[in-house]
Design a protein around this ligand. Structure first.
Ligand code: SF4
Length: 406
Protein backbone atom coordinates (compact mmCIF):
# COMPACT_ATOMS: atom_id res chain seq x y z
CA UNK A 1 0.00 0.00 0.00
CA UNK A 2 1.01 3.59 -0.50
CA UNK A 3 3.80 4.70 1.81
CA UNK A 4 3.12 7.29 4.48
CA UNK A 5 5.21 10.21 5.63
CA UNK A 6 6.07 11.38 9.11
CA UNK A 7 7.17 14.69 10.55
CA UNK A 8 10.83 15.58 10.04
CA UNK A 9 10.85 17.17 13.51
CA UNK A 10 11.57 15.12 16.64
CA UNK A 11 8.76 14.53 19.08
CA UNK A 12 9.12 16.29 22.43
CA UNK A 13 10.15 13.80 25.11
CA UNK A 14 7.43 13.40 27.71
CA UNK A 15 6.70 11.03 30.57
CA UNK A 16 4.15 8.46 29.41
CA UNK A 17 0.91 8.14 31.37
CA UNK A 18 -1.27 5.02 31.33
CA UNK A 19 -4.92 6.09 31.19
CA UNK A 20 -6.94 2.93 31.67
CA UNK A 21 -4.74 1.02 29.23
CA UNK A 22 -4.30 3.85 26.71
CA UNK A 23 -0.82 5.36 26.82
CA UNK A 24 -0.58 9.14 26.57
CA UNK A 25 2.89 10.57 26.00
CA UNK A 26 6.21 8.76 25.98
CA UNK A 27 6.53 6.87 22.71
CA UNK A 28 2.79 6.48 22.23
CA UNK A 29 1.09 7.96 19.18
CA UNK A 30 -0.92 11.13 19.75
CA UNK A 31 -4.23 10.04 21.31
CA UNK A 32 -7.62 11.30 20.11
CA UNK A 33 -10.12 12.15 22.80
CA UNK A 34 -13.51 13.79 23.05
CA UNK A 35 -16.14 14.81 25.58
CA UNK A 36 -19.83 14.10 25.92
CA UNK A 37 -22.41 16.89 26.13
CA UNK A 38 -25.14 14.82 27.74
CA UNK A 39 -26.21 15.19 31.36
CA UNK A 40 -24.23 12.36 32.96
CA UNK A 41 -27.26 11.57 35.13
CA UNK A 42 -28.94 10.47 31.89
CA UNK A 43 -27.28 7.05 31.79
CA UNK A 44 -28.95 5.90 28.56
CA UNK A 45 -28.12 9.09 26.66
CA UNK A 46 -24.55 9.23 27.98
CA UNK A 47 -23.86 5.57 27.19
CA UNK A 48 -25.22 6.07 23.66
CA UNK A 49 -23.05 9.12 23.07
CA UNK A 50 -19.91 7.50 24.51
CA UNK A 51 -20.54 4.47 22.27
CA UNK A 52 -20.90 6.74 19.23
CA UNK A 53 -17.76 8.73 20.07
CA UNK A 54 -15.80 5.54 20.66
CA UNK A 55 -17.05 4.00 17.41
CA UNK A 56 -15.98 7.15 15.58
CA UNK A 57 -12.47 6.66 16.99
CA UNK A 58 -12.30 8.47 20.31
CA UNK A 59 -9.71 6.64 22.39
CA UNK A 60 -10.64 8.39 25.65
CA UNK A 61 -13.99 9.96 26.49
CA UNK A 62 -14.48 12.65 29.14
CA UNK A 63 -17.75 13.04 30.98
CA UNK A 64 -18.99 15.78 33.29
CA UNK A 65 -19.12 14.90 36.99
CA UNK A 66 -20.69 17.95 38.57
CA UNK A 67 -22.98 16.71 41.35
CA UNK A 68 -23.83 13.71 43.50
CA UNK A 69 -26.30 12.29 40.98
CA UNK A 70 -23.77 12.35 38.13
CA UNK A 71 -21.06 10.81 40.35
CA UNK A 72 -23.52 8.04 41.24
CA UNK A 73 -24.26 7.48 37.53
CA UNK A 74 -20.59 7.00 36.54
CA UNK A 75 -20.17 3.35 37.67
CA UNK A 76 -23.50 2.46 36.06
CA UNK A 77 -22.35 4.03 32.79
CA UNK A 78 -19.04 2.20 32.92
CA UNK A 79 -20.75 -1.14 33.66
CA UNK A 80 -23.28 -0.67 30.87
CA UNK A 81 -20.45 0.09 28.42
CA UNK A 82 -18.55 -3.03 29.50
CA UNK A 83 -21.66 -5.14 28.95
CA UNK A 84 -21.78 -3.72 25.41
CA UNK A 85 -18.16 -4.71 24.92
CA UNK A 86 -16.98 -1.08 24.91
CA UNK A 87 -13.74 -0.65 26.83
CA UNK A 88 -13.03 3.04 26.30
CA UNK A 89 -11.42 4.69 29.35
CA UNK A 90 -13.64 7.35 30.94
CA UNK A 91 -12.26 10.63 32.24
CA UNK A 92 -14.18 12.50 34.94
CA UNK A 93 -14.36 16.27 34.48
CA UNK A 94 -14.41 17.86 37.94
CA UNK A 95 -14.76 21.48 38.99
CA UNK A 96 -15.36 23.15 42.37
CA UNK A 97 -16.47 20.12 44.40
CA UNK A 98 -14.54 17.28 42.80
CA UNK A 99 -12.78 16.51 46.08
CA UNK A 100 -16.16 15.94 47.78
CA UNK A 101 -17.65 13.93 44.94
CA UNK A 102 -14.66 11.60 44.75
CA UNK A 103 -14.64 11.13 48.53
CA UNK A 104 -18.39 10.50 48.75
CA UNK A 105 -18.58 8.21 45.70
CA UNK A 106 -15.72 5.70 45.82
CA UNK A 107 -17.33 3.59 43.08
CA UNK A 108 -17.16 6.65 40.80
CA UNK A 109 -13.53 7.25 41.78
CA UNK A 110 -12.78 3.64 40.88
CA UNK A 111 -14.79 3.53 37.62
CA UNK A 112 -13.01 6.52 36.13
CA UNK A 113 -9.66 6.05 34.38
CA UNK A 114 -8.51 9.63 34.97
CA UNK A 115 -9.60 12.73 36.86
CA UNK A 116 -9.51 16.14 35.22
CA UNK A 117 -9.15 18.99 37.69
CA UNK A 118 -8.90 22.72 37.18
CA UNK A 119 -6.50 24.35 39.64
CA UNK A 120 -8.29 27.67 39.10
CA UNK A 121 -11.53 26.53 40.65
CA UNK A 122 -10.91 23.58 42.93
CA UNK A 123 -12.93 24.91 45.79
CA UNK A 124 -13.11 28.19 47.63
CA UNK A 125 -10.17 30.49 47.66
CA UNK A 126 -8.93 30.00 51.20
CA UNK A 127 -9.33 26.23 51.00
CA UNK A 128 -8.08 25.83 47.45
CA UNK A 129 -4.77 24.19 48.19
CA UNK A 130 -6.42 21.70 50.52
CA UNK A 131 -9.09 20.79 47.99
CA UNK A 132 -6.52 20.36 45.24
CA UNK A 133 -4.49 18.18 47.62
CA UNK A 134 -7.62 16.14 48.47
CA UNK A 135 -8.19 15.26 44.82
CA UNK A 136 -4.54 14.40 44.27
CA UNK A 137 -4.59 12.16 47.35
CA UNK A 138 -7.73 10.50 46.03
CA UNK A 139 -5.92 9.84 42.73
CA UNK A 140 -3.00 8.31 44.63
CA UNK A 141 -5.35 6.13 46.70
CA UNK A 142 -7.16 4.84 43.59
CA UNK A 143 -3.98 4.71 41.50
CA UNK A 144 -5.42 7.02 38.82
CA UNK A 145 -3.76 9.65 36.67
CA UNK A 146 -4.83 13.28 36.79
CA UNK A 147 -5.04 15.92 34.11
CA UNK A 148 -4.32 19.29 35.60
CA UNK A 149 -6.24 21.44 33.18
CA UNK A 150 -5.69 25.17 33.36
CA UNK A 151 -8.19 27.25 31.44
CA UNK A 152 -7.87 30.95 31.06
CA UNK A 153 -11.57 31.40 31.56
CA UNK A 154 -11.08 30.23 35.14
CA UNK A 155 -7.48 31.17 35.82
CA UNK A 156 -6.15 31.39 39.39
CA UNK A 157 -6.79 35.09 40.06
CA UNK A 158 -4.34 35.27 42.98
CA UNK A 159 -1.50 34.11 40.75
CA UNK A 160 -2.49 36.47 37.96
CA UNK A 161 -2.71 39.45 40.35
CA UNK A 162 0.70 38.64 41.81
CA UNK A 163 2.32 38.47 38.36
CA UNK A 164 0.64 41.71 37.29
CA UNK A 165 1.90 43.45 40.43
CA UNK A 166 5.42 42.14 39.84
CA UNK A 167 5.28 43.36 36.24
CA UNK A 168 4.13 46.79 37.43
CA UNK A 169 6.89 46.97 40.05
CA UNK A 170 9.47 46.28 37.32
CA UNK A 171 8.10 49.06 35.08
CA UNK A 172 5.91 46.91 32.79
CA UNK A 173 8.55 44.94 30.84
CA UNK A 174 5.78 42.54 29.74
CA UNK A 175 2.54 43.28 27.94
CA UNK A 176 -0.71 42.42 29.71
CA UNK A 177 -1.19 39.55 27.26
CA UNK A 178 2.27 38.16 28.03
CA UNK A 179 1.52 38.33 31.77
CA UNK A 180 -1.68 36.40 31.18
CA UNK A 181 0.16 33.74 29.15
CA UNK A 182 2.83 33.51 31.85
CA UNK A 183 0.17 33.08 34.54
CA UNK A 184 -1.36 30.18 32.60
CA UNK A 185 1.99 28.45 32.17
CA UNK A 186 2.95 29.01 35.81
CA UNK A 187 -0.42 27.78 37.05
CA UNK A 188 0.08 24.49 35.19
CA UNK A 189 3.72 24.01 36.20
CA UNK A 190 3.23 25.01 39.86
CA UNK A 191 0.16 22.79 40.18
CA UNK A 192 2.06 19.83 38.76
CA UNK A 193 4.87 20.48 41.21
CA UNK A 194 2.38 20.62 44.08
CA UNK A 195 0.83 17.32 42.97
CA UNK A 196 4.27 15.71 42.83
CA UNK A 197 5.11 17.00 46.33
CA UNK A 198 1.91 15.40 47.61
CA UNK A 199 3.14 12.13 46.15
CA UNK A 200 1.53 11.76 42.70
CA UNK A 201 4.00 10.12 40.33
CA UNK A 202 5.24 11.97 37.27
CA UNK A 203 3.78 9.14 35.22
CA UNK A 204 0.38 10.03 36.65
CA UNK A 205 0.24 13.67 35.52
CA UNK A 206 -0.95 15.18 32.24
CA UNK A 207 -1.05 18.95 31.80
CA UNK A 208 -3.19 21.20 29.65
CA UNK A 209 -3.38 24.98 29.36
CA UNK A 210 -6.33 25.87 27.19
CA UNK A 211 -6.95 29.29 25.74
CA UNK A 212 -9.23 30.43 22.94
CA UNK A 213 -6.79 32.42 20.77
CA UNK A 214 -4.67 30.63 18.18
CA UNK A 215 -1.50 32.66 18.81
CA UNK A 216 -2.01 32.43 22.58
CA UNK A 217 -2.33 28.67 22.41
CA UNK A 218 0.84 28.30 20.37
CA UNK A 219 2.79 30.62 22.70
CA UNK A 220 1.51 29.05 25.92
CA UNK A 221 2.18 25.43 24.88
CA UNK A 222 5.59 26.24 23.40
CA UNK A 223 6.57 27.67 26.79
CA UNK A 224 4.93 24.90 28.78
CA UNK A 225 6.75 22.29 26.67
CA UNK A 226 10.08 23.91 27.59
CA UNK A 227 9.40 24.05 31.32
CA UNK A 228 8.32 20.49 32.01
CA UNK A 229 8.37 16.97 30.62
CA UNK A 230 4.82 16.08 31.54
CA UNK A 231 2.58 14.65 28.86
CA UNK A 232 0.53 17.46 27.27
CA UNK A 233 -3.13 17.50 26.29
CA UNK A 234 -3.73 19.99 23.47
CA UNK A 235 -6.99 21.76 22.92
CA UNK A 236 -8.19 25.15 21.78
CA UNK A 237 -11.02 26.02 24.12
CA UNK A 238 -14.16 27.70 22.81
CA UNK A 239 -12.92 27.05 19.26
CA UNK A 240 -16.39 27.78 17.90
CA UNK A 241 -18.78 26.36 15.36
CA UNK A 242 -18.28 24.83 11.93
CA UNK A 243 -15.37 25.81 9.74
CA UNK A 244 -14.23 28.52 12.17
CA UNK A 245 -13.66 25.99 14.95
CA UNK A 246 -12.06 23.47 12.61
CA UNK A 247 -9.67 25.99 11.06
CA UNK A 248 -8.68 27.58 14.38
CA UNK A 249 -8.09 24.21 16.06
CA UNK A 250 -6.19 22.78 13.09
CA UNK A 251 -4.03 25.89 12.64
CA UNK A 252 -2.99 26.09 16.30
CA UNK A 253 -2.64 22.39 17.04
CA UNK A 254 -1.08 21.65 13.67
CA UNK A 255 1.77 24.06 14.40
CA UNK A 256 2.35 22.59 17.86
CA UNK A 257 2.16 18.99 16.66
CA UNK A 258 4.62 19.79 13.89
CA UNK A 259 7.04 20.97 16.60
CA UNK A 260 6.62 17.64 18.37
CA UNK A 261 4.41 19.15 21.10
CA UNK A 262 1.25 17.36 22.20
CA UNK A 263 0.46 13.83 23.36
CA UNK A 264 -3.32 13.85 23.15
CA UNK A 265 -5.72 16.19 21.39
CA UNK A 266 -9.32 17.20 21.63
CA UNK A 267 -10.99 19.33 18.98
CA UNK A 268 -13.61 21.33 20.91
CA UNK A 269 -16.24 22.08 18.31
CA UNK A 270 -19.51 23.70 19.23
CA UNK A 271 -22.01 21.36 17.58
CA UNK A 272 -24.83 22.78 15.47
CA UNK A 273 -28.13 22.39 17.33
CA UNK A 274 -28.91 18.70 16.99
CA UNK A 275 -25.57 18.24 15.24
CA UNK A 276 -23.37 15.19 15.36
CA UNK A 277 -20.99 15.16 18.34
CA UNK A 278 -18.70 12.67 16.60
CA UNK A 279 -17.62 15.39 14.16
CA UNK A 280 -14.92 16.50 16.61
CA UNK A 281 -13.43 13.01 16.60
CA UNK A 282 -13.41 12.89 12.82
CA UNK A 283 -11.69 16.29 12.62
CA UNK A 284 -9.06 15.25 15.19
CA UNK A 285 -8.33 12.08 13.23
CA UNK A 286 -8.15 13.97 9.96
CA UNK A 287 -5.76 16.52 11.47
CA UNK A 288 -3.40 13.79 12.70
CA UNK A 289 -3.71 11.79 9.50
CA UNK A 290 -3.30 14.78 7.19
CA UNK A 291 -0.09 15.69 9.00
CA UNK A 292 1.21 12.14 8.75
CA UNK A 293 1.30 11.35 12.47
CA UNK A 294 -1.30 8.61 12.49
CA UNK A 295 -3.42 6.64 10.09
CA UNK A 296 -7.06 5.97 10.87
CA UNK A 297 -8.95 5.51 7.61
CA UNK A 298 -7.95 5.22 3.96
CA UNK A 299 -7.44 8.56 2.26
CA UNK A 300 -9.79 9.42 -0.58
CA UNK A 301 -8.04 11.94 -2.82
CA UNK A 302 -10.40 13.86 -5.09
CA UNK A 303 -9.78 16.81 -7.35
CA UNK A 304 -11.79 19.98 -6.68
CA UNK A 305 -13.47 19.89 -10.09
CA UNK A 306 -13.50 22.77 -12.55
CA UNK A 307 -15.00 23.82 -15.88
CA UNK A 308 -13.88 20.55 -17.44
CA UNK A 309 -16.48 18.67 -15.37
CA UNK A 310 -20.10 19.39 -16.18
CA UNK A 311 -21.67 16.84 -13.86
CA UNK A 312 -21.29 16.05 -10.19
CA UNK A 313 -20.69 12.35 -10.83
CA UNK A 314 -17.11 12.35 -9.61
CA UNK A 315 -17.91 14.36 -6.46
CA UNK A 316 -20.76 12.00 -5.64
CA UNK A 317 -18.52 9.01 -6.25
CA UNK A 318 -15.77 10.43 -4.02
CA UNK A 319 -18.31 11.07 -1.28
CA UNK A 320 -19.85 7.61 -1.60
CA UNK A 321 -16.44 5.93 -1.44
CA UNK A 322 -15.50 8.01 1.63
CA UNK A 323 -18.76 7.12 3.39
CA UNK A 324 -18.47 3.42 2.44
CA UNK A 325 -14.97 3.33 3.88
CA UNK A 326 -15.93 5.05 7.15
CA UNK A 327 -18.91 2.76 7.57
CA UNK A 328 -16.88 -0.40 6.94
CA UNK A 329 -13.76 0.57 8.89
CA UNK A 330 -14.76 -0.97 12.25
CA UNK A 331 -14.90 -4.38 10.49
CA UNK A 332 -12.11 -3.81 7.96
CA UNK A 333 -9.70 -2.60 10.66
CA UNK A 334 -9.74 -5.96 12.37
CA UNK A 335 -10.16 -8.09 9.23
CA UNK A 336 -7.58 -6.38 7.03
CA UNK A 337 -4.66 -5.02 9.07
CA UNK A 338 -3.05 -2.03 7.35
CA UNK A 339 -6.22 -1.07 5.45
CA UNK A 340 -6.00 2.42 6.94
CA UNK A 341 -2.91 3.05 4.79
CA UNK A 342 -4.90 2.71 1.59
CA UNK A 343 -5.19 5.65 -0.79
CA UNK A 344 -8.07 5.90 -3.25
CA UNK A 345 -8.20 8.57 -5.96
CA UNK A 346 -11.35 9.84 -7.65
CA UNK A 347 -10.52 12.35 -10.37
CA UNK A 348 -12.65 14.43 -12.70
CA UNK A 349 -10.82 14.36 -16.05
CA UNK A 350 -7.67 13.28 -17.88
CA UNK A 351 -5.64 16.41 -17.04
CA UNK A 352 -4.53 15.10 -13.63
CA UNK A 353 -6.73 12.02 -13.36
CA UNK A 354 -4.48 9.22 -14.64
CA UNK A 355 -1.38 10.67 -12.92
CA UNK A 356 -3.04 10.99 -9.52
CA UNK A 357 -4.72 7.61 -9.92
CA UNK A 358 -1.37 5.95 -10.59
CA UNK A 359 -0.03 7.39 -7.32
CA UNK A 360 -2.94 5.88 -5.39
CA UNK A 361 -3.45 2.22 -4.53
CA UNK A 362 -6.61 2.30 -6.59
CA UNK A 363 -7.85 5.27 -8.57
CA UNK A 364 -10.30 6.23 -11.26
CA UNK A 365 -10.20 9.02 -13.79
CA UNK A 366 -13.73 9.90 -14.83
CA UNK A 367 -14.33 11.48 -18.25
CA UNK A 368 -14.43 15.26 -18.32
CA UNK A 369 -16.39 17.41 -20.76
CA UNK A 370 -15.78 16.35 -24.36
CA UNK A 371 -13.65 13.36 -23.37
CA UNK A 372 -14.34 9.81 -24.52
CA UNK A 373 -16.96 8.41 -22.09
CA UNK A 374 -14.57 5.93 -20.52
CA UNK A 375 -13.02 5.83 -17.06
CA UNK A 376 -9.65 4.12 -16.72
CA UNK A 377 -9.03 2.48 -13.34
CA UNK A 378 -5.48 2.10 -12.03
CA UNK A 379 -4.48 -0.44 -9.40
CA UNK A 380 -1.03 -0.31 -7.82
CA UNK A 381 0.09 2.11 -10.53
CA UNK A 382 -1.02 -0.03 -13.48
CA UNK A 383 -4.08 0.40 -15.67
CA UNK A 384 -6.37 -2.44 -14.60
CA UNK A 385 -9.69 -1.75 -16.36
CA UNK A 386 -11.69 0.81 -18.31
CA UNK A 387 -15.21 1.37 -17.04
CA UNK A 388 -17.98 2.52 -19.35
CA UNK A 389 -21.73 3.00 -19.29
CA UNK A 390 -24.20 4.15 -16.67
CA UNK A 391 -22.83 2.01 -13.82
CA UNK A 392 -19.29 3.39 -13.64
CA UNK A 393 -19.73 4.57 -10.03
CA UNK A 394 -21.19 1.27 -8.78
CA UNK A 395 -18.56 -0.73 -10.69
CA UNK A 396 -15.75 1.30 -9.15
CA UNK A 397 -17.21 0.96 -5.65
CA UNK A 398 -17.16 -2.80 -6.13
CA UNK A 399 -13.55 -2.70 -7.37
CA UNK A 400 -12.50 -0.76 -4.26
CA UNK A 401 -14.24 -3.28 -1.98
CA UNK A 402 -12.65 -6.19 -3.89
CA UNK A 403 -9.23 -4.56 -3.68
CA UNK A 404 -9.51 -4.20 0.09
CA UNK A 405 -10.89 -7.67 0.63
CA UNK A 406 -8.30 -9.34 -1.58
FE1 SF4 B 1 -10.46 19.99 -13.34
FE2 SF4 B 1 -9.58 17.70 -14.38
FE3 SF4 B 1 -8.06 19.02 -12.60
FE4 SF4 B 1 -10.25 17.78 -11.78
S1 SF4 B 1 -8.43 16.79 -12.72
S2 SF4 B 1 -9.64 19.87 -11.27
S3 SF4 B 1 -11.63 18.08 -13.54
S4 SF4 B 1 -8.62 19.71 -14.65
Amino acid sequence: MTGYFSSPFPRRVSVGVDVGGVMVGGDAPVVVQSMTNTDTVDVDGTVAQIAALHKAGSELVRITVDRDESAAAVPRIRDRLLRLGIHVPLVGDFHYIGHKLLADHPACAEALAKYRINPGNVGFKDKKDKQFADIVEMAIRHDKPVRIGVNWGSLDQELLTRLMNENKAKGFPMTAQDVLREAIVQSAVLSARMAEEIGLGRNRIILSAKVSGVQDLIAVYAELAKRCDHALHLGLTEAGMGSKGIVASSASMGILLQQGIGDTIRISLTPEPGGDRTREVQVAQELLQTMGFRQFVPIVAACPGCGRTTSTVFQELAQTIQEDIRRNMPVWRTKYPGVEQLKVAVMGCIVNGPGESKHADIGISLPGTGETPAAPVFIDGEKAATLRGPNIAADFEKMVADYIEN
